[in-house]
Design a protein around this ligand. Structure first.
Ligand SMILES: Nc1ncnc2c1ncn2[C@@H]1O[C@H](COP(=O)(O)OP(=O)(O)OP(=O)(O)O)[C@@H](O)[C@H]1O
Ligand SMILES: [Mg+2]
Length: 293
C-alpha cells in the first residue's frame, strides 16, 4: 500500500470494553477491558472456554445488550452512547444474527422461500419485494433449487443456510454467528463456514463467528482467543497460523495456562532482554517480594 493511501477505518473498535451482568444484586464481570479491532469484510473467529465472554461480546456488538464501560464502535456508531430506541434501530438495520440452533426458529410446515419471506412481511415489506429478496438470498446460500422444500425435509445444514438467508434479509453490514455449526457434523460445519466466506466475498459484509470448532482457524481470516473477558491470543494466516499472545492497551499480557504449567509460572516472572527478544523466566513462588540484603 502506498503511503498516501488512507486505510479504511476499522469496522469494529472495542477498547477497554467492560460488561457487568447484574442479576439479583449479584455482579458478574463478563468482559473486563477487552480490546479488539476488526476490519470491514473480515471473517473473524472467536474461541474461548465456556463462560469466557464470547456470547456477551456478540450480544454487545449486536446491540442486544448495553456495554457497561469502555469503547465499542461499530460502523462508526458508538454503542455506549445509544439510547434503547437507537439500539433497536441499530439492531434492525446493522446486524444479522445466526444462532446455534438456527433451524429452531424456522416454521416447520413452511417451505424455505416462505420462511425467508415471513420476517420481511412482518416488517411491513411488500409481497413482491419479500418474494424477490427471498429468492436472491436462497440462491446466495446455495439453496436456489430447494426453495420449495419444507423445513421438515431439509437437513440440519440446509436449515442453517435458511437461517443465514433470513439473517441477511435486512442487508445489514455485520453478520454475527454464535456457534452456527455447534449442532452439525464436521463436514456440514465446513460447508457452513464456506457459505459464510462466500457471503463475505459477494456481499462485502463483516462476519464474526463464535465457535468451539478446533478447525475454525483454517476457515476464517483470523481467530481471537478470549480468556476471562479479554482477548488473550490471536491466530491468523498472516502470522503463518502461529498463535500470538495479545497485549491489552495497558501493556498487560495473558500467558496461556498450558505454557504457565509447562514452565512453572505462577505469580512472578523475571523479564530479561536478550538479542532475540524478551525472555520470561519463572520465579519460585516462595521468594520474598523484597530482596535479601
Ligand atoms: N444475562 C446474563 N446475566 C448474568 N450473567 C451472565 C449473563 N450472560 C452471561 N453471564 C455470565 O457472564 C460470563 C460470560 O458468559 P458468556 O455467555 O458470554 O460466555 P461464553 O463464552 O459465551 O460461554 P459458552 O461457551 O458457555 O457459551 C459467565 O460468567 C456468565 O455466567
Ligand atoms: Mg456462549
Amino acid at each position: 500500500m502506498s503511503e498516501s493511501a488512507t486505510p479504511a477505518a476499522p469496522f469494529i473498535i472495542c477498547e477497554n470494553l467492560v460488561k457487568v451482568h447484574k442479576v439479583a444484586g449479584l455482579e458478574v464481570v463478563a468482559l473486563q477491558g477487552l480490546d479488539l479491532v476488526v476490519n470491514a469484510r473480515e471473517v473473524l473467529g472467536v474461541v474461548g472456554s465456556s463462560g469466557s465472554g464470547k456470547s456477551t461480546l456478540l450480544s454487545i456488538l449486536g446491540g442486544l445488550d448495553h456495554p457497561t464501560a469502555g469503547k465499542a464502535i461499530v460502523n462508526g456508531r458508538d454503542l455506549l452512547k445509544m439510547s434503547d430506541a437507537a439500539m433497536t434501530l441499530y439492531r434492525r438495520s446493522q446486524v444479522g444474527f445466526v444462532w446455534q440452533q438456527g433451524g429452531r426458529n424456522l416454521v416447520p410446515y413452511l417451505d424455505a422461500q416462505e420462511n425467508v419471506e415471513l420476517p420481511m412481511l412482518l416488517e411491513g415489506r411488500s409481497r413482491r419485494f419479500a418474494s424477490r429478496r427471498a429468492q436472491e438470498l436462497l440462491e446466495l446460500v446455495g439453496l436456489g433449487d430447494r426453495r420449495r422444500h419444507r423445513m421438515t425435509s431439509m437437513s440440519g445444514g440446509e436449515q442453517q443456510r435458511v437461517a443465514i438467508a433470513i439473517a441477511l434479509a435486512n442487508s445489514a453490514p455485520l453478520l454475527l454467528a454464535d456457534e452456527p455449526t455447534g449442532e452439525l457434523d464436521s463436514l456440514t460445519a465446513l460447508s457452513i463456514f464456506q457459505a459464510l466466506r462466500d457471503i463475505r466475498d459477494r456481499l462485502g459484509v463483516t462476519v464474526v463467528i463464535v465457535s468451539h470448532d478446533r478447525e475454525i482457524a483454517k476457515q476464517v481470516d483470523r481467530v481471537i482467543g478470549i480468556q476471562d473477558g479479554k482477548v488473550a491470543t490471536e491466530t491468523s494466516a498472516a502470522s503463518g497460523h502461529e498463535t500470538r499472545a495479545m497485549l491489552d492497551s495497558a501493556g498487560r499480557l495473558q500467558i496461556p495456562k498450558a505454557l504457565r504449567e509447562q514452565f512453572g509460572v505462577t505469580t512472578r516472572v523475571v523479564l530479561e532482554a536478550t538479542p532475540e527478544g524478551v525472555l520470561m523466566r519463572a520465579v519460585a513462588d516462595t521468594a520474598s517480594p523484597t530482596p535479601d540484603l
